[in-house]
Design a protein around this ligand. Sequence first.
Ligand SMILES: Cc1cc2nc3c(=O)[nH]c(=O)nc-3n(C[C@H](O)[C@H](O)[C@H](O)COP(=O)(O)OP(=O)(O)OC[C@H]3O[C@@H](n4cnc5c(N)ncnc54)[C@H](O)[C@@H]3O)c2cc1C
Length: 586
Amino acid sequence: METFQHDVLIVGGGGAGLRAAIAIARDHPDVGVGVISKVYPMRSHTVAAEGGAAAVISPTDSLDDHAYDTISGSDWLADQDAVEILVENASKELLQLEHWGCPWSREPDGRISVRPFGGMKLERTWYAADKTGFHLLHTLFQTSLKYDAINRYDEWFVTSLIVADGRCQGVTAIEIRTGEMHPIGARSVILCTGGAGRVYPFTTNGNIKTGDGMALAYRAGVPLKDMEFVQYHPTGLPGTGILITEAARGEGGILVNKEGRRYLQNYDLGQPLDINDPNHPQKQTMELGPRDRLSQAFIKEREAGRTFEGPDGDYVHLDIRHLGEREIDRKIPMVRELAVRYVGIDPVHKPIPVRTVVHYMMGGIDTDTNGATSLPGLFAAGECACVSVNGANRLGSNSLTEILVFGARAASVAVDQAGQVPPPSNQLLTTSARSQEMKLKATLLHPNGGSDTVSGIRTALQETLEEGAGIFRDGATLERTCASIAQLQDRYEKLSLVDTSRTFNTDLVAALELGAMLEIGEAIAHSALARTESRGSHQRTDHPDRDDDGFLRHSLAFRGEGDPTIEYKEVTVTRWPPSERVYGRA
Ligand SMILES: Cc1cc2nc3c(=O)[nH]c(=O)nc-3n(C[C@H](O)[C@H](O)[C@H](O)COP(=O)(O)OP(=O)(O)OC[C@H]3O[C@@H](n4cnc5c(N)ncnc54)[C@H](O)[C@@H]3O)c2cc1C
């Protein structure tokens, strides 16, 4: 077993992880950085982002407007100090990316192009056509290559945090190529491991989004915050769940039901004005209402029998034909490419079938605005963290900005703290890796003749979460989901793999990921059961109203021996007292 050490160790090579690594290497050239990723960094989910990144750039826009939209979009659950940090640093980060080579789309006169996005009052979403994440991650990756201080561990899978003397001192990780377990010591560790959409059966998320980092922190006693808030996106392709970006609606796409009606006009999307008023702003923006309300409207349409039936579930139509071939090819070429390739429909000539799909976790590892967790030495940033700027519902295009702003911020505090503690001892590192290895050999790699499979337990987990903790939930279905997850956890304890080889054992990786997914599922279901109100993406049919007196608070799920314990903490309100959610141009 080889032992490695760095001053700061970053788990995750996506947007948050690479931004953090560059921040350290550029501003603190003497600090050694390690970046571990279970896939080659360019395969991280950030690469799949399409629509864009939000930041105030237009002279008619303001930081306060961006903050207000984000806070009301969050149904007032976002921490307003964190939102202020996000909006203040947003354009600085995006301009910085441009200096590193990110090809933002531009207007003919050279100004940065911005497009409208759901829940944003004004156009403030910067984009690189509809491949924003690809360009953003490429830019970060190529920039990171300039710094020798960044040591990469590509295709290494982190299995545990090393915690001793009350602080995090590194991780244990399997080098997937050889199957060997190694310890990697560090004085600070930053988790940038992304989201967990794969715990649901139908998602836009890549296979690797299994919530590993959230589970690592949860097991180490750090609470998971606001896990009941799961974002469904209204426009995924039936069958695959591949995302059709909100940019398609930002550019003017409309949603119609099987009667050919723009059905969103039937619903309250958070706009208090009269929909029949010809000057009603929602006439232009109804498809750009917030994602939670649009996804809920889809379910209501389905219940009313106004959706199309298809082999891969019910769907509605996203119509962009009126934009014309030239505009579609110029602004949203990937939408056309995906529709042609995956559902055989050319959106220049026909509407695209779309349905709701799990997209993003608003919840995650509880951190303060510097990314620090309750465990000294452990930080988190990006989608795995809950800082919280997204509250009960994230606005599209805020996440790419969040991973940059808070990735860089967590890095700077992690460096400061690393300077204040000694490096971990070699003995601690080797003992930790040995005990992880023994645990693996005694559990997953130990033949016990059982017949359960990884995919069997995973499918059951996904189904019970969708049934009990989907777009609409209630106490009875959530209780059933909690109980079935507990049973699945018992089955997982007895799981043993048929393939016990160590070289590129993807079955082993999937089994370890499943362990994390079960913990994430548990935290989601229990947090949802405990929140007896409806807010943002968490809609309880048995408690349909928002209850600020009882629940203008973040939930914190702590891992227990049996069920998790759910506690609450106050939301930080700075300048915007809670009120109704309002969208559209006022
Ligand atoms: C299809 C799609 C489109 C999107 N479009 C937009 C958009 O237009 N605008 C927007 O703002 N947001 C968008 N989002 C959301 C946004 O892309 C993500 O929230 C964001 O990119 C997450 O970045 P991250 O760095 O936190 O995590 P990721 O990019 O997911 O990276 C996670 C990293 O952690 C590593 N990792 C995880 N577990 C382990 C482990 N056990 N051991 C070692 N390494 C590990 C992975 O290898 C990976 O490198 C979109 C999301 C999807 C799915």
